[in-house]
Design a protein around this ligand. Structure first.
Ligand code: HEM
Length: 186
């Protein structure tokens, strides 16, 4: 994955736990990269090892780290670094979700070697939809849950996310039921 992902993991850990804990996590993960370059590609193993080591050092399940990282990704990495792309993708949570299938094609203009996830929305109602998530990378469903929670906060829209079909349990791909309440008036 592009270095910006590892950089974002670093930012999240340093924000909540400080530099010393981050160094401990890097050492445990066997990662000797001093500075991650946003635009350079790194092996996915580095990201997985960092998450695994963070889980051990912080004594928090890896799923919980990934959920937190999803929120951090939306509320810090994406909003602060790519605010234009984020606001162009929708004015409300349901609008953003409906545009999500096309989102990373725009990101690919900035990161040409991106291997993005694929999303598809079905079963729309005015308060819910099903989000289908396809990736060649295993184990990232909790990251998607965190991303949805981050979007809920970004749009000040209370949201519930439930994994209703799991690739890890033999389904073709992960399917989430995303349910939201009305956003407060601006
Ligand atoms: C402007 C904001 C965003 C940028 C710049 C961005 C960029 C990236 C990058 C660089 C990766 C790593 C993949 C690679 O390097 O090949 C990635 C992965 C991913 N992104 Fe985004 N992204 C953004 C917003 C979002 C949003 C809003 C969502 C969903 C709500 C999302 C969902 C994901 C997921 C699930 C992955 C994990 C990769 C996988 O499943 O295979 N991203 N993105």
């Amino acid at each position: 994955m592009y270095g910006m992902v590892n950089k974002a993991v670093e930012e999240m850990v340093v924000l909540h736990h400080g530099e010393a804990v981050w160094e401990q996590i890097k050492t445990k993960a066997g990662v000797d990269v001093e500075v991650f370059m946003s635009n350079e590609s790194y092996s996915d193993d580095i990201t997985y090892n960092l998450v695994g080591a963070a889980s051990e050092v912080l004594k928090v399940p890896a799923e919980q780290i990934l959920i937190g990282f999803g929120e951090h990704w939306v509320l810090h990495t994406a909003q602060e670094g790519y605010g234009g792309l984020m606001s162009a993708a929708g004015k409300s949570l349901p609008e953003f979700l409906q545009n999500l299938p096309d989102f990373h094609s725009r990101v690919s203009m900035i990161f040409p070697h991106l291997q993005p996830p694929r999303f598809r929305c079905t079963d729309y109602t005015d308060r819910s939809l099903k989000l289908h998530y396809y990736s060649h990378r295993p184990g990232l469903a909790p990251f998607v849950v965190g991303l949805m929670q981050g979007l809920g906060k970004m749009f000040r829209t209370p949201v519930t996310v439930r994994l209703v079909e799991a690739k890890a349990s033999g389904a073709d791909h992960d399917v989430f039921e995303v349910t939201w309440q009305a956003a407060p008036a601006p």
